[in-house]
Design a protein around this ligand. Sequence first.
Ligand code: SAM
Length: 279
Amino acid sequence: MSAIDSLPPLRSVIAAHGLTAKKSMGQNFLLDLNLTAKIARQAGDLAGSDVLEVGPGPGGLTRGLLAEGARRVLAVEKDGRCLPALAEIAEIYPGRLEVVQADALEIDPLAHLTPPIRIVANLPYNVGTELLTRWLDPGHWPPVWESLTLMFQREVAQRIVAQPGSKAYGRLAVLAQWRCDARIVMDLPAEAFTPPPKVRSAVVHLTARAEPRYPAEPKILLPLVAKAFGQRRKMLRAALRGHAPDLEDRLAAAGIAPTERAEQVSLERFCALARELAR
Ligand code: SAM
């Protein structure tokens, strides 16, 4: 019998510790350990890596990460009710699971891990995009982490991997794809969770690129993209009015027609425009 098999099923853990799901904490738990092991495998080779898990809850994914061989897992959980259940897992894997009770938005747990670091999480939906945006901060690149394997509402996952010409394409796609290779690796129906959320979910795997896909200054590219998508239905000559005195010439130099809208402009052309604006 492997270590993980000596732990009680997650349903019993939830009952024993009174872990009724709280909506305010974004709690939708995964109780199928085959599924959590499958998610853990999407993160790649865990054997030589430290893993940050945000929001372990009763520990289904945590068990998956440890069983798949993570060198060490640092689990950051806001809800103190989950700690006894997580302590039971820590006992089975001596020295490999550290649990911190904290709001993941308020601490920097990455400082406590040893590279290579992978981040794996079934994120609380209300904080998921905020954490992703922070982890993608181009001011700290290359990042301390090698990969992110994150569960999102499917609609958010689609925004991360979206291509130009689609409604989902926007700031998040540009930010994520400029610095990372990003793909959806799993789709999950609402019924996979207890309680089931209103929407479908998907797991996105992002690997950090050593170099950005196309050269550009973050301090020029990011405000440009924010402004362009801030008025995504307008033509760029209107959406970017006032951004540069000779805007139309710079758009032309970047191969962009002034009548195009932000959602038609590829990452490559946004980067070309950022370089033109830097001249
Ligand atoms: N990982 C578990 C699973 O897959 O079953 C639970 C996932 S549940 C969607 C989200 C978890 O994040 C909950 O356990 C919740 O208490 C926790 N959480 C919510 N907000 C948080 C925050 N700001 N920082 C850390 N954990 C948080």
